[in-house]
Ligand binder design. Structure first.
Ligand code: F6R
Length: 608
């Protein structure tokens, strides 16, 4: 997904811009560019199709300026090319613009601008902004007013940063549906689409709201609305560590993040377990016990892995609190004119807190008067701000495109919510204690699974060349199967399908053959016998089976077995998922894939 960086201050902007863009690489992109200006006037521009390293190589030593903007592009309008890469300039080469998001009326604006004499040099929607802003500044309008006027004609979503060669003492940024965060330095200021580009330089940040703009100067900033009303924003402090953005000796961010899970789970739990009352404390819910008792249903919304984590969450809430709970893709929910009920608690799940579909679902619920909690990793993100309350994951920044530690922490957060809910309803103190102890044991149990990384790597190498893989699980195991299949397909590109084990005989059994291996989740719970019967059905069709569970099945039922430490049945899915992350990771490595940046995918999907 596209990334934005900007700098204004006494130093040369280019090193920060290039380093900042490198920090945003994990979001996925196909081209990159920078533009700088300074007191000497004029705009220096370099942009290339390819990597940030290619851009750095193309930037000459004399490419200097104290005010600059940079961009990594993920093609939407027009193919990846040097010409379509951002920044985009107007014809007088006075204005430079970088843009994340989509301008829906770009064709119409382009036609009008062309009729007025503008010559377009790219196929992008963004270029219309450069021409629109230029038309206003050419009439002597201040840059911020020119940007406001241009945005007033635009339909769509944007995060933008704008440079004016004739007003090099400022950069103007704006946000509408695509994040922009300001970074406050010592007599210098930064801006970016993601704090990861800033943390090396400053921890003091300001997140812009949708519909907000800012004029950023070396010595400060001013925020205002699209109708020019000044807004007052207090900076917040980012507590994420700089080394979160380094691979820290691991071959990939993904492997590092898988191995960080004992620590990230500890942080999600930290200060939230109450042994005395065998419950959980969740300070950010903003709902007291009486209000929680009035809730009759829980609806969880998220996209991709966040949706699957929500499925595990729904299962936990139903089991522990006996409240009907259901997870649905936010991307579907928002388009089906959903019925919003007063006694339903809506929960939006998002690692980034910026996924556009999830944000739109939250806005739809709120517009109709519903109550929404957020289960979010990124503090201060759009979804976190939009919700009425929620639970922060504290998993730390997740850099690799595929979600692992945030997924696990989301399920832990749901376990806390389910425990809290359960203890307000009919979950007994003894059952509450059982869950509290099991949650406390999780970090060490995750460590035990991670110790098997090497043997799982051997297994992955053996199966990586398979044409596909079937993932099956029953009830609690089914969301695990879905997330396991998702992880394998997104990073190794091996086709993977998830089915409830109970459904196999209603269709997909026809696919079973020696060529299609099955990964089966067989926890030692009340459904173990049923699961073993399913394994027998697969083996009878010469299917190969990798079983993941707590007790090795008979040799005739499984070709391989991955042992996972036993938790309480409700929490078993969390641990059963960890070896599936390792399996996907090692399969992707065996196939030589770009593990941290899988093709066609982006870390946070801030467009529709
Ligand atoms: C899968 C993955 C995606 C995200 C989805 C939602 O590994 O990372 O499916 O889970 O795009 O992203 P967030 O959680 O940022 O809303």
């Amino acid at each position: 997904m596209c990334g934005i960086v900007a700098y204004i201050g006494p130093k040369d902007a280019t090193p920060f811009l290039l380093e900042g863009l490198a920090r945003l690489e994990y979001r996925g992109y196909d081209s990159a560019g920078v533009a700088v200006t300074g007191r000497s006037g004029g705009i220096k521009l370099r942009k290339v199709k390819g990597r940030v390293a290619d851009l750095a190589a193309a930037v000459p030593a004399r490419f200097k300026g104290t005010t600059g903007i940079g961009h990594t592009r993920w093609a939407t309008h027009g193919v990846p090319s040097d010409a379509n890469a951002h920044p985009h300039l107007d014809n007088a080469e006075r204005i430079a613009v970088v843009h994340n998001g989509i301008i829906e009326n770009a064709d119409e604006l382009r036609a009008k601008l062309t009729a007025d004499g503008a010559v377009f040099r790219s196929e992008t929607d963004t270029e219309v902004l450069a021409h629109l802003i230029a038309a206003h500044v050419a009439e002597g309008v201040e840059l911020e007013d020119a940007v406001r006027a241009a945005l007033g004609r635009v339909v769509g979503t944007y995060g933008i940063a704008v440079l004016d060669a004739e007003q090099p003492d400022r950069i103007v940024v704006a946000r509408n549906g695509s994040p922009i965060v300001l970074g406050i330095g010592e007599k210098e200021m930064f801006a970016a689409s993601d704090v990861s580009a800033l943390v090396r330089y400053t921890r003091q940040v300001v997140h812009l709201e949708d519909g907000e703009l800012a004029t950023v100067r070396a010595d400060g900033f001013r925020t205002f609305t699209e109708d020019a009303r000044t807004t007052h924003r207090q900076p917040s402090t980012v507590d994420w560590e700089v080394d979160s953005y380094d691979t820290g000796g691991y071959e990939h961010f993904l492997l590092k993040e898988i191995h960080e899970q004992p620590g990230s789970v500890e942080r999600t739990l930290s200060g939230r377990l109450d042994e005395r009352f065998a419950t959980a404390h969740l300070g950010g819910l903003n709902l007291d016990a009486r209000e929680l008792r009035e809730i009759r249903r829980v609806k969880i919304l998220g996209c991709g892995s966040a949706y699957y984590a929500g499925e595990m969450g729904a299962q936990l809430i139903e089991e522990l609190a006996r409240i009907p709970a259901h997870s649905e893709p936010a991307s579907e929910f928002r388009y089906r004119n959903p019925v919003i009920e007063a006694d339903t608690l809506y929960v939006a799940v998002s690692q980034s807190g910026e996924t556009y579909d999830t944000l739109a679902a939250v806005q739809e619920i709120k517009r109709k008067g519903g109550r929404v909690l957020g289960v979010v990793n990124t503090v201060g993100s759009a979804i976190a701000r939009e919700c009425d309350g929620g639970i922060y994951l504290h998993a730390g920044p997740e850099v690799s495109v595929a979600s692992t530690k945030a997924f696990t922490s989301t399920v832990v957060a749901f376990a806390l919510l389910a425990l809290h809910f359960g203890r307000i309803h009919d979950l007994s103190p003894a059952d509450g204690r059982r869950i509290v102890s099991a949650l406390q044991a999780l970090p060490d149990q995750i460590r035990e699974v991670l110790e098997q990384s090497e043997s799982i790597a051997e297994l992955a190498a053996e199966y990586a060349e398979s044409a596909g893989m079937m993932f099956i699980g029953r009830v609690r195991g089914f969301p695990v199967a879905r997330e396991g299949a998702q992880k394998l397909k997104e990073i190794s590109y091996v086709h993977a399908e998830a089915y409830p084990a109970s459904e196999l005989k209603h269709g997909p059994l026809a696919l079973i053959s020696p060529e299609l291996p099955t990964l089966a989740l067989v926890p030692d719970d009340e459904l173990l016998d049923k699961n073993l019967t399913t394994l027998g059905e697969i083996k009878a069709r010469s299917g190969r089976v990798i079983a993941v569970g707590h007790r090795r099945p008979e040799e005739k039922l499984a070709d391989h077995f991955i042992l996972v430490p036993k938790s309480e049945p409700e929490l078993d899915p969390l641990l059963l998922n960890i070896p599936l992350q390792l399996l996907a990771y090692h399969a992707a490595v065996a196939l030589g894939r770009d593990v941290d940046k899988p093709r066609n995918l982006a870390k946070s999907v801030t467009v529709e």
